[in-house]
Design a binder for this molecule. Sequence first.
Ligand code: NAD
Length: 366
Amino acid sequence: MQVDVLNANELKKTAPVFGQLSFDDHEQVVFCNDKDTGLKAIISIHSTVLGPALGGTRMWNYANEWEALNDALRLSRGMTFKSAITGLNLGGGKAVIIGDSKTQKTHELMRRFGEFVHSLSGKYITAEDIGMETRDMDTVREVTPYVTGISESKGGAGNPSPITAYGVFMGMKAAAKYKYGSDDLEGKKVMVQGIGHVGEALVEHLSNEGAQIFISDINLPKLEEVSKKYGAKIYTDDIYSADVDIYAPCALGASINDETIGRIKASIIAGAANNQLADEVRHGNILKDKGIVYAPDFLINAGGIINVYAELEGYDKKEIIRKTENIYNTTLEILKMAESSGITSHNAALKIAQQRIDDRKKKNLN
Ligand code: NAD
């Protein structure tokens, strides 16, 4: 269950933190308040079994604190599984800052936030998410080393979006190999929903491959620009019922929900958005029953975290690309495993990730 589909009253009915719907045995949740700068933030650490909990900071104008808390809980859990399935020695964490990033984000507020991150002594490492820019991470870096996604000029790995897009492209090709017997996307009709940082870079890969690209976004000037640049067709009708082979959600989460799932005609879903399935179990099962191949989001959009992990481990661009290309093999392996075990691909990916965490836990105990 996701926060997107809950209303404030439903959230309030449950107990403060441990009783939240998105609570999943999180290790630590930290509420940060600073009167002088107006900072109100929540840092959620889901797991540190595999390593420090790394995950971005999201600044969003949440309707209420319950929504912010549930978002932090849900997103940090997602990070645990993303890093585990990708083979990184990282746990899962996420931070949310309550407020409008366009009007309320100041240098002082970001520094204060950085001090709170620092107070956790490296148990949580932050990065960019929605509402954050590389320069904000540079500000956080002024007060703590526990931050990634800083500028290349300051020793960081720079913008992760092109790498995320490359990983999504690899996952999509693996899904095509599984479904059609070939990973060649030439001539395949692909609908890209959301042509922001990741979506546009994905369109470029698809264009180089000779796919027939359809694009949808709420930003009309951007649609015109990307259409002209890559020869993609702008699609304004209901995208779910569009007659395409592949649907790539690259905008917001929960786009596969009760309203949309019955209309989806694509035979593959592979995109960058986090938490694409509004209900992981129910919607995962419906896709499976309909024979739609779903490339798990947290697996194929891991390029970004591979990129920022390089800052911690000191590996270079070549290694980033190698690790990101490996998303192809993992996706194929998971789709085959899901089929042979009769479970959803999402569930298969979760199982493998959980196994890695359990193994490490056992090892740590010995
Ligand atoms: P972005 O903000 O640059 O782009 C999102 C795009 O979606 C924007 O162009 C926006 O106008 C469009 N959009 C919003 N609502 C829409 C709607 N209803 N229909 C169609 N288009 C809509 O974000 P991004 O960095 O490209 O990330 C895209 C998705 O991928 C997000 O869900 C993000 O959480 C996820 N993701 C991104 C990264 C990364 O490295 N940037 C990594 C992992 C996951």
